[in-house]
Design a protein around this ligand. Structure first.
Ligand code: ADP
Ligand code: NI
Length: 203
């Protein structure tokens, strides 16, 4: 992951680890070892970073098996990661506190100043425009837009990033998300002000 430039580099992993541990400590619950291990390994099996879902799953499982963990610890760690990386998974399957802490931490890193930086880094890597005023929002997409999966990074804010605040599962996560969400709103306001270039000459 050291070389990844789509937002999953080592520093993302390290931030998620620190945030997840912080959430657990504030809430006074959770197995800190399981939370830390799951944070460190949470992107290893991500479908985007492997040639298939199966390959990602195997990579994670064989690594975990190579460690001397107890069976409950190993399966708790695998459960958290599989819930996080296999998108489209049912949110209601997130039931342990450890799962919620790591999930919130990963989502918090997608908002706020760091979240903005990651989104534009990802968009650049994928060849997306910063913003494309001609693209429709997800609800109003044309079939052509849907098929080509064309988006812009500012569209990603509306499709995902602005929705994350209401998806936080822990109280600490909710609190941190509020501040970061406001930062996204402020950024977008300024972005559109500059984009529209509404400057008046006052002389
Ligand atoms: P996670 O770290 O939860 O696995 P993703 O893999 O979905 O997150 O995305 C990694 C980073 O790339 C996040 O910061 C996310 O906002 C950003 N990202 C994902 N899809 C897009 C997109 N279409 N446009 C811009 N940024 C994106
Ligand atoms: Ni992540």
């Amino acid at each position: 992951m050291g070389m990844d430039s789509t937002g999953h580099d080592w520093y993302h992993i390290d931030r998620v680890r620190k945030l997840a541990l912080y959430i657990a400590k504030c809430e006074g619950q959770g197995d800190l070892f399981v939370i830390e291990m799951a944070s460190l390994l949470h992107d290893i099996s991500d479908e985007k970073l492997n040639s298939s879902l199966e390959e990602g799953k195997n990579k994670l499982r064989s690594f975990i098996q190579s460690l001397s963990l107890s069976t409950p610890q190993a399966s708790a760690i695998i459960d958290i990661i599989e819930n996080i990386s296999f998108k489209g998974g049912n949110e209601s399957t997130l039931h342990t506190f450890e799962q919620m802490a790591v999930r919130d931490a990963d989502r918090l890193d997608a908002i706020g100043a760091i979240g903005i930086a990651r989104a534009f880094a990802y968009g650049g890597k994928k060849g997306q425009l910063l913003y494309d005023p001609n693209l429709h929002s997800r609800e109003n997409m044309t079939i052509q837009e849907y098929r080509t999966g064309k988006s812009s990074t500012v569209h990603h804010f509306y499709e995902k990033l602005l929705l994350l605040k209401d998806k936080m599962l822990t109280n600490t996560g909710k609190q941190i998300a509020l501040e970061r969400h406001q930062y996204l709103e402020t950024f977008l306001k300024q972005f559109f002000k500059e984009w529209n270039g509404d400057y008046e000459v006052n002389n």
